[in-house]
Design a protein around this ligand. Structure first.
Ligand SMILES: [Zn+2]
Length: 520
């Protein structure tokens, strides 16, 4: 039903196949469709945007369009022949209090109308306090049991069933809810995300919830996120482990005269230019957009907003294939200080970074860009360092001496062959620590780009990594060849100082030629 095709961080490209035989690629963005009034038709989304899936609300259908939906099925009702997910109506509980339906009724309706992905009636936690949150989790779990018993009695399932994970910002509660659901016979999971978090720009909390859910359910089954909001956070929620997500933002923003860009939102009355060349924006200018009659403007804005959302999904997929999802996060983190805060907290979460490291391939078709201390914490760097330490430095007592060369130095084969055999040539100044001569041109060491300012900014970290490697190898003596560039020269000097502090014998060498055999 779900096959992972490529991974980067906790994001993956996958292939989801429903019981009805419909197929979609993840990360999958599902626009929210109102079954009663919908300005932008779902059929348009499929034709113009290549939308593979949409989500609608089973509760609204049961109240307003029950007979028609039962007669025609949900796909005909929405005029959409891609994948249709139906939410149960739990959200209506959050908005309006109780819903007038039982878990069994909602389950039956979703099976009968032929939803591809269905959700049992849940009780959303929202931003509730602890006590209320516990209650919503209990009620949700009870509803899930009732739904499963009903489905069992009913016989063969037509829908894939998603277990809604509640608990909100109470992460222990959220995880215990998810772990219990993991033991039940659901096909996928769906995390309830409190909309107020998004509205209040509390992205840090949302990110923690996603990873908490993902780590509790494991990596086998897809995870959906309800209410993903603005496209600028899509790369983050994918990187944290959400495979699919829905959003009504394209329309809610449009109704509020807000124009989406991949890096933020601009109010229509403040737009002098349209910074986009989607089919909408390429045939109208900002002034014309403002002057449109409101209904038409909202519709065009919603369409443009959808283009922005789908464009970002493509960008994310390409980034996963290229092993560059982190670069996209670094870029998007600059969209808003709250997003940056969420990003910094991701990069400080050792447990999360280790999980990302496990799911990041050890090779990639594109290089790695490092900018600063934060990007130095990337899983690829940690992975490269760990492999270097284990494979090149640890466990074999190096009888000889280490010869440390500045990484800018070019060493020809002829030159290298004239260096005495008891000197192990290592290059200093790399984000990975010291790189042995034999690995100098292999991935990822030579495919990692970084500014010289990194040596300054992260001097302590880089020195400590080099010291760790040298200590693990147990060299009897370290020779350091001075660098010509100022930043590297300082690095060499600091490293020598630090090694002497540790009572390791150090010799500073002005020029590599001093060491060559048979020099004239
Ligand atoms: Zn546009």
């Amino acid at each position: 039903m779900f096959e992972v095709l490529a991974e980067n961080l906790l994001g993956r490209i996958g292939r989801l196949k429903t019981r009805s035989g419909r197929v979609a690629e993840t990360p999958l963005f599902l626009p929210v469709i109102n079954p009663v009034t919908q300005d932008v038709p779902a059929s348009w989304m499929k034709k113009e945007l290549g939308a593979e899936a949409v989500i609608t609300n089973a509760y609204i259908i049961s109240r307003r369009l029950r007979e028609e939906a039962l007669r025609t099925g949900v796909h005909a009702l929405l005029d959409f022949d891609g994948m249709v997910m139906t939410d149960s109506g739990g959200y209506q509980i959050l908005e309006y209090g109780e819903v007038e339906a039982s878990p069994e009724e909602i389950a039956e309706l979703q099976e009968e109308i032929g939803s591809d992905i269905a959700v049992p009636l849940d009780v959303p936690t929202g931003l509730s306090g602890r006590e209320k949150a516990e209650e919503t989790v209990e009620k949700t779990l009870r509803n899930l049991q009732a739904t499963l018993s009903f489905l069992e009695k009913r016989g063969e399932r037509r829908c894939l069933w998603a277990a809604p994970i509640q608990g909100g910002i109470h992460l222990d509660l959220l995880q215990s809810c998810a772990r219990k659901e993991k033991e039940m016979s659901f096909d996928l999971f769906a995390l309830g995300s409190p909309t107020p978090l998004m509205e209040g720009y509390r992205f840090d909390k949302l990110f923690k919830m996603i990873y908490a859910a993902r780590s509790a359910i494991g990596f086998g089954k897809p995870l959906h996120l309800f209410g993903a909001g603005h496209p600028m956070i899509f790369p983050f929620i994918v990187a944290l482990g959400a495979d699919m997500f829905d959003s009504a933002s394209y329309y809610l923003y449009a109704k509020d005269d807000r124009y989406m860009t991949e890096y933020g939102t601009i109010r229509v009355d403040k737009l002098d230019y349209l910074p986009c060349y989607c089919p909408i924006c390429s045939r109208i200018d900002a002034g014309e957009l403002r002057k449109l009659e409101r209904g038409e403007r909202v519709k065009l804005l919603a369409m443009h907003n959808l283009y922005v959302c789908f464009e970002e999904i493509r960008r994310i997929k390409q980034a996963i294939r290229d092993g560059r999802l982190m670069e996209l996060l670094e870029l998007r983190a600059r969209c808003h200080p709250s997003l940056y805060q969420g990003f910094v907290e991701i990069m400080r979460d050792g447990d999360l970074l280790r999980a990302m490291e496990e799911h990041t391939p050890i090779s990639s078709r594109r290089g790695i860009n490092i900018y600063d201390g934060l990007s130095l914490r990337r899983p690829e760097i940690a992975l490269g360092r760990r492999r270097l330490l284990q494979n090149c430095f640890t466990g074999r007592r190096h009888e000889g001496k280490a010869l440390l060369l500045p990484e800018t130095l070019r060493v020809s084969f002829e030159k290298a062959s004239r260096i005495p055999e008891d000197l192990d040539m290592l290059f200093y100044g790399s984000p990975y620590g010291l790189i042995p001569l034999g690995l100098r041109y292999s991935y990822p060491f030579s495919q990692t780009n970084y500014p010289k300012t990194l040596l300054d900014e992260c001097l302590d970290d880089l020195i400590e990594e080099a010291v760790k490697q040298l200590k693990a190898a147990g060299y009897s003596k370290v020779l350091i060849v001075a660098a010509r560039s100022k930043a590297l020269e300082r690095f060499g000097r600091e490293l020598a100082r630090r090694l002497r502090e540790l009572e390791i014998e150090v010799e500073e060498v002005e020029d590599i030629r001093e060491l060559m055999k048979g020099r004239k």
